[in-house]
Design a binder for this molecule. Structure first.
Ligand code: NAD
Length: 316
């Protein structure tokens, strides 16, 4: 599996990352044995990056991931773990006090002494000035205390990144995690890449399958996309299927093609999905992307291209 450098961190992440939100049962129930086997196969296949949050399944994802990583029985420096703070089942709290307590709770659930990346989770739901003036400085202290090696921010609207990065001291935010903005139906993250590179900030691109829109089985009930976007994606998936092709493979490969993106973080809930996503990356290296299928899917999705949904409490 290809490794790519993450901004200025010195970390090299596998180009496919393991998104562990499904291990919190947010995309349907995942038996613990299947979760553990999935993490094992992912690691054996060259995936070295695992992402979770206390929010996923109300702490379940962190606990299951911790168990699965421990079961690997390999030295801690062979895998890279990111978790988050500020978003919980109970709601949002980006105060210094809460995020400082949060990392201790996460480390306990993950059975780790430190995480590699600690990210403020979905900052558009908090006060961005609090993130700049209180949360990031608190995370800086946690970094100095060795609880996390690097600091990140996550969110859906792309303007939250520039707001924060323009205001914090250079080098205090190492990574951003953007989701649903670099997939076949929405590639708006692309415009932000030169800015992020100029700041030396690493780029994690999550949700290459648009949280299930770009799958044959379709998105979960809670998916926030408009009916028009959902039905266009369904039509694209059906068109691929009719031709014996798979939209999820195409979607993974589309995101992997952009080498400015360090890792394509896909949510995984089974051994089969590890196999499929690893195979998509390997096939891309050897044979390239299926240009004909991509052109057809892009044509179907063109009327809804870059359509997103509201998220957060910011006034624009
Ligand atoms: P995704 O686009 O990766 O889609 C996940 C869905 O697709 C799940 O139902 C999964 O089981 C299914 N899937 C995976 N591989 C498949 C395949 N080959 N064929 C068919 N179906 C497949 O969306 P996601 O899980 O929301 O995002 C990935 C990860 O990124 C999350 O697990 C999480 O770690 C992270 N993330 C973070 C944030 C944030 O911080 N705000 C937001 C979204 C995602």
């Amino acid at each position: 599996m290809e490794l790519r450098a993450l901004g200025n961190t010195g970390l090299n992440l596998s180009c496919v990352g393991f998104g562990a939100s499904p291990l919190g049962n947010v995309f349907g129930d995942v038996p613990e044995e299947e979760a553990i086997a999935s993490v094992r196969l992912a690691f054996q296949s060259g995936i070295n990056f695992f992402d979770t949050s206390p929010y996923y399944g109300g702490t379940v994802s962190e606990k299951v991931l911790g168990k699965a990583l421990k079961a690997l029985g390999v030295p801690r420096n062979e895998y890279i773990v990111s978790t988050k703070c500020g978003r919980y089942k109970e709601g949002f709290d980006f105060s210094a006090e809460r995020v400082t307590r949060s990392i201790e709770e996460s480390l306990q659930r993950l059975q780790l002494d430190y995480v590699d990346i600690l990210q403020c989770h979905d900052i558009e739901f908090g006060s961005l000035d609090q993130i700049v003036n209180e949360t990031i400085p608190a995370l800086q202290k946690l970094k100095e205390a060795g609880k996390t090696r690097f600091i990140g921010i996550t969110g859906l609207p792309l303007n939250v990144y520039t707001y924060v990065l323009d205001r914090v001291p250079p080098g205090s935010v190492d990574v951003i995690l953007s989701y649903c903005h670099y997939c076949i139906n929405d590639s708006t993250l692309e415009d932000l890449i030169p800015y992020l590179k100029s700041k030396g900030v690493g780029i994690i691109n999550a949700s290459p399958l648009a949280m299930g829109l770009l799958t044959e089985s379709g998105p979960p009930q809670w998916h926030p996309a408009s009916p028009a976007l959902k039905s266009a994606c369904q039509a694209a998936a059906a068109c691929c299927k009719k031709k014996g092709k798979n939209i999820s493979k195409l979607a993974m490969q589309y995101s992997l093609l952009n080498k400015d993106i360090t890792t394509v973080l896909v949510g995984i809930k089974s051994v089969e999905q590890v196999e499929q996503n690893v195979a998509a990356a390997r096939e891309l290296e050897t044979s390239g992307i299926d240009q004909e299928a991509l052109a057809e899917v892009e044509a179907i999705l063109n009327p809804v291209k870059n359509q997103t949904w509201p998220s957060g409490i910011q006034k624009s």
